[in-house]
Design a protein around this ligand. Structure first.
Ligand code: CA
Length: 229
């Protein structure tokens, strides 16, 4: 039996395209056409992953995310209609693990879903490594998947933790967005490197005293990012 996916989309034609493709990809597909139905289906069906449209009747995608996140931890991939909506998704930090901007290619969407499921099913990255990594005032504990900044515990989402861990293990080294995408997200192709920027933005808001003037997670102009060693 394949993984169970809940696809939430209020455009019937797009919903059908998604349903068809995921079925063909070997998934068990459950669908919902509005936010309220999405919450019901998530509870009843306990899918392994949710693909969730942001703009929905009844409850919007952000509300659905918030409700689902109260007691469920499956990965959520958000579909946003416009690039501007990404700011909303980022600003509200409502618990989605990744997002794709419409219009998207089905192939890319399916690769993302696959990568998210693979990461969800895998034991934590670098499992077995017991040493706590210290970089500046930041501490990362890979075995317990905990991190702190200036001794204050950080509430990091799984992907944020993985990103911080990767940079901490490679302190002082500069990585391009593409390399981070490949190493932390595991994409085998040049995906949407904006995903990296969004997660860097989230991470900074948590680890930096002044996220606009980062001293830990710095931008190297024209190249990428590094964690100052
Ligand atoms: Ca919609």
């Amino acid at each position: 039996m394949g993984n169970k996916i809940l696809v939430v989309e209020d455009e019937p034609a797009l919903l059908e395209v998604l349903r068809y493709n995921f079925l063909r990809g070997g998934y068990q597909v459950v669908t919902a056409g509005d936010g309220a139905e999405a919450v019901d289906k998530a509870r009843q069906e306990k899918p392994d992953i949710i693909v969730l449209d942001l703009m929905l009747p009844k409850l919007d995608g952000l509300e659905v995310c918030r409700i689902v996140r109260r007691d469920m931890t499956m990965p959520i991939l958000m579909l946003t209609a416009r690039v501007e909506e990404v700011d909303k998704v980022v600003g509200l930090e409502m618990g989605a693990d990744d997002y794709v901007t419409k219009p998207f290619s089905i192939r890319e969407l399916m690769s993302r879903v696959k990568a998210m499921l693979r990461r969800g099913a895998m034991p934590p990255l670098y499992q077995g490594e017991s040493g706590v990594i210290r970089v500046g005032g930041i501490e990362v504990d890979p075995a317990r998947r905990l991190a702190s900044a200036e001794s204050a515990p950080l509430a990091l989402k799984p992907r944020e933790f993985d990103l911080l861990l990767f940079l901490a293990r490679n302190r002082g080294l500069v990585f391009t967005r593409e390399r981070l995408l490949e190493s932390v997200w595991g994409y085998q192709f040049a995906g949407d490197s904006n995903t990296v920027d969004v997660h860097i933005h989230w991470l900074r808001s948590k680890i930096e005293r002044d996220p606009h003037r980062p001293i830990h997670l710095v931008t190297v102009r024209g190249v990428g990012y590094k964690l100052e060693g």
